[in-house]
Write a protein that binds this ligand. Structure first.
Ligand code: EPS
Length: 390
């Protein structure tokens, strides 16, 4: 654990977001263009608010890359906040003369109350600036770097929206990922996509928000990442922590997930197929209810992670709340916000799964150069088949 690590810094309306990534091998081709696509995907989706019209997120590589390849040193990234120009006084680094209006009307569902009390602030802005989901732009940039690394080995990431505001998408056996990217809500089911847009449209004039569910799928991960030997080495446990750490995420499931609890074991567990039905892969299951991880180890099947995203807590028609300064009843603070972030949440989910998989990959196949990693991976592939078939 801890082979691929990262830190982020920066406030939502500060100058920008800083990221430092540690653990990439030397020799990996990496450019700003590799990060741009996912940053744009995160900014999209029907139901976003005014902020996304201001920003056009671009990650600048500030260190760790020379002539298009990683050096094995930390990779430093920077995303400028275009909105910063509107906040230079309110978010100034140095003390300012002007009296800055404090935010004291607590938003239920946000970090406002526990954050302000924990850090001893009289201004909720000190909390909300960092607790804001703006930080997910940084995670998506780091995730794009993790994906770039894993792509070298044929690992591919996708996500789609399973539900928004109570409208569920039917999931076809084969998902058309281009159609998902073209859907305004990133759903695989065109009919549900329209109904989800309608659910967002219905919530907006009422000053309300809607949540939903997303699914991340990863193909090309071989059997053998993670371990059953300790709780903190289990791949599903590590992915669960990473997923639930995303702003507004409230739950995570693997494969058939909670639905499996209503079925008998004989209907849940995936039959292991004999070698004549492997279709060129080492080991196959008849179904993938387990979602690609058993006993904390990847099985070689597609990794399938589902996650619950709550409706975002900044409401245009605010809930009754309390003033931090006086303890009196007030309406919660409102500046501007999104009605629905679920389509973007899928992209952030992909990023966090990619970060954990890059970490687990380096733990198993790690080396100082991309060549070292390739050699360890190639060797691993020779160890997978049953003894008599090698
Ligand atoms: C976000 C930036 C934020 C919000 C949203 C996500 O910008 P602002 O607060 O200036 O409107 O749009 O943040 C939240 C959902 C949240 O809870 O704070 C972004 O870059 O994604």
């Amino acid at each position: 654990m801890g082979q691929f690590r990262f830190l982020t810094a920066g406030e939502s309306h500060g100058k920008g977001l800083t990221m430092v990534i540690e653990g990439l091998p030397a020799g990996l081709p990496l450019s700003e263009a590799d990060i741009a696509t996912d940053l744009a995907r995160r900014q999209g989706g029907y139901g976003r608010g005014g902020r996304m019209k201001i920003e056009k997120d671009h990650a600048e590589i500030k260190g760790g890359v020379r002539h298009g390849k990683t050096l094995g040193s930390p990779v430093a990234l920077w995303i400028e906040n275009r909105d910063w120009v509107n906040w230079t006084e309110k978010m100034a680094i140095d003390p300012v003369e002007a009296e800055i209006e404090r935010v004291t009307r607590l938003r239920p569902g946000h970090a406002d109350l526990p954050g302000a009390i924990k850090y001893g602030f009289d201004d909720v802005r000190n909390v909300l600036e960092r607790a804001s989901a703006r930080e997910t732009a940084a995670r998506v940039a780091v995730g794009a770097v993790a994906k770039r690394f894993l792509e070298e080995f044929g690992v591919a990431f996708h996500s789609h929206t399973l539900a928004i505001g109570g409208v569920r998408s039917r999931v076809p056996a084969l998902i058309d990922w281009e159609a998902v990217e073209d859907s305004p809500v990133r759903a695989a089911d065109a009919e549900a996509s329209e109904a989800m847009v309608a659910a967002i449209n219905a919530a907006k004039p009422e000053g309300d928000t809607v949540g939903g569910e997303i699914e991340v799928r990863v193909s090309g991960v071989p059997l053998g990442l993670g371990s059953y030997v300790h709780w903190d080495r289990k791949l599903d446990g590590r992915i669960a922590q990473a997923i639930v750490s995303i702003n507004a995420f409230k739950g995570v499931q693997f494969g058939v997930g909670f639905d499996g609890t209503n079925l008998r074991g004989s209907k849940v567990h995936d039959v292991i197929l004999p070698s004549d039905r492997w279709d060129g892969h080492p080991w196959r299951h008849a179904t993938n209810n387990h979602g690609g991880i058993e006993g904390g180890i990847s099985t070689g099947e597609e990794i399938v992670v589902r996650a619950a995203v709550k409706p975002i807590p900044t409401l245009a028609h605010p809930l009754p709340s309390v003033d931090l300064a006086t303890g009196e009843e007030v309406l919660a603070h409102y500046e501007r916000s999104d009605v629905c972030v679920v389509p973007a949440a899928g992209v952030v989910g992909e990023a966090m799964v990619a970060i954990i998989l890059a970490d687990a990959w380096l733990e198993k196949f790690g080396g100082d150069t991309l060549g070292d990693v390739r050699a360890a991976f190639a060797h691993h592939l020779t160890t997978l088949a049953p003894l008599n078939l090698r």
